[in-house]
Design a protein around this ligand. Structure first.
Ligand code: 5AD
Ligand code: SF4
Length: 465
């Protein structure tokens, strides 16, 4: 579906409302988009920001803005708690600013219990919508600015895939590109399939068109986004595999780096490994969530691979593409997990020697199969095991980061270093960060940097000529 006439009309209506508000306030109204969660949410927030800017808001980062929208995550309970905490603070601002409007959207809003809680305990929230109708934000925005009632519109099922919504990118030189939405895997701990719906792939021609437009607009690095990019293409009229899509994106002049997230190990093909290996644009980084190294727990998680299959895949990737960084996600404290299961996870960490790993304590999500499993692990036990895993993860992450010391590698300069403005911060193809002397004029350019000193998880370096 394309950015439709109704959407256009809504943006115009919102713009009139913003203008009226400007008269009342005697200044340009401000808006803030506060993002929780994953890269998908970050990308959605760029769309929300684009719409707010088109409506005439000046977009800032403070929650004291005249319009504040929280784009929420519900993958773990602590993300939910943080949203409630922020809402409390924001409600305080609203008491002082009678024109202020507060909106909520994203994954957490797909949960009926959350909506009930907001209706009763957070009456000051003006607008709530979910993950399936983000493209209707212009309409909701216009309505919210006109009306003084709580507007709630959450859909159970996905709407259409929206194309060409206005977007305001955080970085001018790099961008996320959604290639698919939703997830069909139903890992037993995970709420994503319930809040993001079934898997839908975007048409390749739409993806390529978006990448071409981005390239024309100065973007040189794209990150292809999906919950499970390896199953891209299922259900499309002409079947296209993920490696085929990658090879098409590669042909676009101006695109110098291609990243993707996330790769489910069960669907990662030899064709993908070959495609990465033969490409000088696809970055040397693969995020390959393990979740657990115990085959018994993997089965209970419905991950569709066992320890041996995962290990042989990871080893194959290391062998074929030696320079690649492999990162992962690990969950500790899944129902029934014993210290012996955690030993299996640690064994995988030692063998794969991850370049980095995100470790999470299992969080019970209502409605998922794991939530009603017996033998939930106590918090104390989970924390003990978590510490054991973290120690191993950090040991290998440090070793792996250091393996590039002394080499000259290309970095894409992303920003001036926050702590020392004489330095800039660049990202290597393998996702490592390097700080080196330079100034803002380098932002967005590719620079050859000598990696002088590894400081654990980042490098200090210098520009080479
Ligand atoms: N508890 C803890 N971690 C979870 N993740 C997903 N669901 C849960 C949960 N219920 C983690 C997985 C996934 C990452 C994005 O979040 O490791 O890969
Ligand atoms: Fe959740 Fe599993 Fe889908 Fe990832 S693949 S989003 S962990 S259900």
């Amino acid at each position: 579906m394309n950015y439709s006439e109704t959407t256009d009309m809504s943006v115009m209506r919102a713009r009139e409302n913003v203008r009226a508000l400007e008269k009342k306030l005697g200044r340009v109204p401000t808006a803030a988009v506060i993002t929780f969660g994953c890269q998908m949410n970050a990308r959605d927030s760029e769309k929300l920001t684009g719409i707010l800017m088109q409506a005439g808001f000046s977009v800032i980062s403070e929650e004291s803005a005249d319009f504040v929208i929280y784009n929420t995550c519900t993958v773990r309970d602590n993300a939910n708690q943080r949203v409630y905490g922020r809402l409390g603070v924001c409600g305080g601002y609203k008491k002082k600013n009678p024109y202020m409007k507060i909106a909520l959207c994203g994954c957490m809003m797909q949960e009926p219990s959350v909506i009930e809680k907001i209706k009763t305990s957070y009456r000051f929230v003006d607008l709530i919508f979910g993950t399936h109708n983000l493209y209707k934000f212009p309409e909701y925005l216009a309505d919210t600015l006109e009306q003084d009632r709580q507007i709630i519109d959450v859909w159970k099922e996905p709407g259409e895939i929206e194309e060409n919504l206005p977007v305001s990118r955080k970085y001018p030189f790099k961008s996320g590109v959604n290639i698919m939405f939703g997830c069909n895997n139903f890992c037993t701990y995970c709420i994503v399939p319930y809040v993001r719906g079934r898997e839908r792939s975007r048409e390749p021609k739409e993806i390529l068109r978006e990448c071409e437009r981005l390239a024309a607009d100065g973007v040189s690095e794209v990150m292809l986004l999906g919950q499970n990019v390896n199953s891209y293409g299922r259900g499309l009229s002409e079947s296209v595999s993920f490696p085929e899509l990658l090879r098409e994106v590669e042909k676009i002049e101006g695109i110098k780096r291609i990243r993707f997230m996330t790769s489910h190990p069960k669907d990662l093909s030899d064709e993908l490994i070959e495609t990465i290996k033969n490409s000088d644009k696809i970055c040397r980084h693969i995020h390959l969530p393990l979740q657990s190294g115990s085959s018994r727990i993997l089965k209970a998680m419905n991950r569709c691979y066992d320890k041996e299959k995962y290990l042989s895949l990871a080893m194959k990737i290391r062998e074929e593409i030696p320079d690649i960084s492999i990162t992962t996600d690990i969950i500790i404290g899944f129902p029934g997990e014993t210290p012996a299961d955690v030993d299996e996870t640690i064994d995988v960490i030692r063998r794969v020697q991850y370049d980095n790993a995100f470790t999470f304590i299992y969080s019970k999500r209502t409605g998922t199969p794991a939530a009603s499993m017996e033998n939930q692990v106590s918090e104390k036990e989970s924390h003990e095991q978590f510490d054991r895993v973290l120690t191993e993860v950090q040991k290998y992450a440090k070793l792996q980061s250091a393996r590039f010391e002394g080499r000259v590698m290309e970095a894409l300069v992303e920003e001036v270093n926050e702590n020392d403005t004489a330095l800039v911060t660049g990202r290597l193809s393998n996702n490592l960060i390097v700080h080196f002397p330079g100034d803002a004029s380098l932002i967005g350019s590719y620079v050859k940097v000598r990696l002088n000193e590894c400081k654990g998880f980042y490098y200090l370096g210098e520009k080479t000529y």
